[in-house]
Write a protein that binds this ligand. Structure first.
Ligand SMILES: [Fe+2]
Ligand SMILES: [Fe+2]
Length: 415
């Protein structure tokens, strides 16, 4: 059909008035935004490497979804005050309980077997039942979110099967799943349209607030122990340049610890503007991607990295600090510092001109581009978090770096 730019079914009255649409999109927004906090809070505590990686990717995709939904809400006669409110205490309870997942299996089931499949179902219904002309902007947004959700759920179902087959958690996760499902029903489903009962559900595990781990966790079954000093690759080559190249790959792979530090900041720093969490979601996923740069480069060389000791200093040494001090250490201390001629540019040029390694050259090229973005995030947000100007923040960063290297050097000399 060429009429209506191909929009189908133009004469039907849709299910959603502006007010009703704003109300449900506000719930969608709240769920995606909560999933960011939940993934951030859980990431340092989860064991399976592939699950950590996926939490980083999906957190970023949830942030993109949230950003689009927030923008759409602003077109539906809503105030920013409305958009920043939690829409429904029963929905809040569902999210409070999801973050209480005790292990990889529970978290994977909660996200990929309960919440996200329900989102898919609801968005398909919304797309089908809304007036196709008036609500085309929402349809377009939901379709793009569905692309991510369907990929995420397919990945998550595979992950759940793997964890179940490994029989790591013989006690199972049935009770957790049933509880979440009952909380979702009590909230009237994702869109709140199902009939609610007047007997509100009671808190279960969420009577106690979720706490971040003091030390980041690595899979005890498949990964080496955590360490505060870098161990490089096993049996490094004699050739200086080759040895330096492999060390670089390993340093990239160990950037998961930077992602975990950002996760901790995102989880514990409350009440910042949305743009802060949006920027840090990108920052976090970039650091996970950098870890994947290293993983891919090492695996392409046939180097076994997983059973090696795993460097976790960024998270572990900074975990007890205020979120502002943590973010200042990373974004100003480390990342702005890496903008020097001897920093990210030199790493890239080494891989291109000395090691002549095409894959690592490409990785370092993009790593450098990402770090430019991160240093800008630092200059944008660290002053806000510390409550002082950038010169003061740089002084803080120097002290935090000294503290950090003292701890790392002490750990190194104990080996
Ligand atoms: Fe990085
Ligand atoms: Fe970075």
């Amino acid at each position: 059909m060429l009429k209506y730019a191909g929009i189908q079914n133009p004469y039907s009255v849709g299910e959603y008035s502006v007010e009703k649409n704003a109300k449900v999109i506000q719930r969608y927004r709240y769920i995606h935004e909560s999933l960011i906090t939940i993934a951030a809070g859980q990431l340092p505590a989860r064991e399976d490497w592939d699950l950590k990686v996926a939490l980083g990717k999906h957190l970023y995709e949830d942030a993109e979804a949230t950003d689009k939904l927030r923008k759409r809400l602003s077109h539906l006669r809503t105030s920013s005050q409305f958009v920043n409110r939690d829409p429904d205490p029963s929905l809040s309870l569902l999210m409070d309980e999801l973050i209480q997942a005790n292990n990889d299996l529970e978290l994977a089931i909660g996200i990929y077997d309960v919440i996200k499949p329900a989102l898919i179902q609801t968005y398909k219904k919304h797309i089908a039942e809304t007036q196709q002309i008036v609500d085309q902007p929402t349809i377009r947004i939901l379709r793009s979110i569905l692309l991510d959700l369907e990929e995420q759920v397919e990945w998550g179902q595979g992950m759940i099967t793997v964890i179940q087959q490994a029989n790591i958690y013989p006690e199972g996760s049935d009770e957790f799943k049933e509880k979440l499902q009952s909380f979702l029903i009590a909230a009237g489903g994702i869109d709140g349209f199902q009939k609610k009962s007047s007997s509100l559900p009671h808190r279960w595990r969420s009577q106690k607030a979720y706490e971040l781990p003091f030390k980041s966790v690595r899979d005890p079954r498949n990964m080496g122990p955590t360490t505060w000093s870098r161990t490089g690759v096993p049996n490094p080559p004699e050739n200086q340049i080759q040895a330096e190249l492999l060390d670089k790959m390993r340093v990239r792979q160990e950037e998961m610890t930077a992602a975990e530090l950002i996760a901790g900041v995102m989880f514990s720093q409350k009440n910042m503007p949305w743009e802060f969490y949006y920027d840090l979601a990108r920052h976090l996923w970039d650091e996970v991607r950098h870890a994947l740069f290293g993983q891919a480069a090492l695996e392409a060389e046939g180097i076994e990295w997983m059973s090696q000791p795993q460097y976790t200093s960024d998270y572990d040494i900074n975990a007890h600090k205020l979120p502002g001090a943590q973010y200042t250490w990373l974004s100003i201390g480390i990342e702005e510092g890496a903008m020097a001629r001897t920093g990210k540019r030199a790493e890239y040029e080494f891989c291109r001109d000395e090691a002549k390694h095409p894959l690592m050259t490409q990785f370092q090229d993009y790593d450098w581009a990402d770090e430019v973005v991160h240093a800008n995030f630092g200059r944008k947000w660290a002053p806000d978090l510390i409550g002082e100007n950038i010169e003061f923040v740089r002084e803080v960063a120097k002290k935090e770096l000294d503290y950090f290297w003292d701890k790392v050097n002490a750990a190194g000399s104990n080996n």
